[in-house]
Write a protein that binds this ligand. Structure first.
Ligand code: PHE
Length: 371
């Protein structure tokens, strides 16, 4: 017989007092004076119960065990009911205390276990729900401006640094601003449908087309503003060209216009040379070759010496007095220069890109290089 240590010694001794009389053969206090028989139920109870309680893993499991070991049908309850049969008050008292001690002990074990399981459950819920705030956020893929936009921004910045203001104009333009106000005669080939994309809207001066250059903003701006004028105009332009290595039907220009009371060709050369040195490097050489544009007189092409060769980059000239007349400026009192360059072409020369179609390549491996 193994007595669990938590049964008070004196209670055990009391419990062992022989001569208990009982009529039942039930499991509780023994039916006979046989000591070991009488001990069995409580001994059984105290032997297994602590381990069973300890092994419970859920509250539900523990509830079942609790009912079995201290509930109304438990051996403990039965033993209590049997107490009345013990005639000797001393013996009954001792027995009652022993049973009670067992009940209190088991109940406190159950309560402790219940607390432990609850803590366990809370902890595992917390662990399952845990947000690891130390985890690095997902960094979205970083985009970048297209190389053309980067080039436009850089060019505009240089002119802004020289005191110019950036303005923008409509892509769908009228015949008047795109051609007439710029002194381009009705018969000029650039007006042909083979060169210009018309929108089939409006007639005569009001006929609407996709602007073939950014020069219309010269006229629009002067109409709306008093001199002096110092503007740069970046934007998309359109021409009826098939796509090949040197042509796209949509490309980008940056227009420039300076009008003041004493502007000379020397100002034009100085300004464009300064721009070129800022854009390509301080020792870059430029040269001006006579050319023809209806809206400038005289006109020139500026060539830049870069990467071992001369490249034609900028169309320019002194504003034609006819243009001043179209916009209501006095050609006697004012003079100015204008220039226009292709942004796509500037980007290609700058970055050694040889095929213009690269500019419309949507392949991410191409685009990623613009970062
Ligand atoms: N508009 C001209 C072109 O598209 C360029 C230019 C602009 C030339 C301004 C002279 C002055 O080719």
């Amino acid at each position: 017989m193994v007595l669990p240590t938590y049964i008070p010694r004196f209670a055990c001794r009391s419990f062992l007092i022989p001569g208990v009389r009982t009529d039942t053969g039930s499991t509780a206090l023994a039916t006979t004076a046989n000591l070991s028989n009488r001990m069995d139920p409580l001994e059984e109870l105290t032997k297994d119960a602590p381990d069973r309680i300890e092994s419970a893993t859920t509250i539900a499991e523990l509830d079942v065990i609790e009912a079995e070991v201290v509930g109304r049908r438990s051996p403990v309850a039965e033993a209590r009911r049997e107490l009345g049969r013990i005639e000797d008050p001393v013996e009954r008292g001792a027995m009652g205390k022993a049973i009670n001690d067992i009940a209190v002990d088991l109940t406190s074990r159950i309560d402790a276990k219940r607390g432990a399981i609850e803590v366990e459950e809370v902890n595992s819920n917390l662990a399952a729900d845990r947000v690891d705030v130390t985890l690095r956020g997902r960094v979205p893929d970083r985009g970048t401006h297209h190389i053309i936009q980067q080039t436009i921004d850089e060019i505009v910045d240089i002119f802004v640094g020289l005191g110019y203001q950036m303005v923008q104009g409509p892509e769908a333009e009228t015949d008047f601003y795109n051609f007439t106000a710029l002194n381009i005669p009705k018969t000029h080939p650039t007006r042909y449908e083979s060169d210009t994309l018309y929108l089939d809207y409006g007639e005569g001066d009001e006929e609407v087309l996709l602007r073939t250059h950014t020069s219309p903003m010269q006229a629009r701006h002067m109409e709306e503003h008093e001199p002096p004028v110092y503007i740069v105009v970046p934007g998309k332009v359109f021409r009826a060209d098939a796509v090949d290595a040197t042509h796209l039907p949509v490309f980008h220009q940056i227009e420039g216009l300076a009008v003041d009371d004493d502007i000379t060709f020397a100002d034009l050369k100085g300004t464009l040379a300064e721009f070129t040195r800022q854009f390509f490097g301080s020792d870059t050489r430029v040269k001006f070759i006579p050319h023809y544009f209806p809206f400038t007189e005289p006109s020139a092409e500026m060539h830049v010496y870069t990467q071992g060769k001369w490249i034609e980059l900028i169309g320019c000239g002194m504003v034609n007095p006819a243009v001043f007349e179209h916009v209501g400026y006095d050609p006697q009192a004012l003079s100015g220069f204008a220039f226009g360059m292709g942004a796509d072409r500037m980007a290609m020369v700058r970055h050694g890109i040889t095929d213009l179609r690269t500019m419309i390549d949507p392949d991410v491996r191409t685009l990623e290089q613009y970062r």
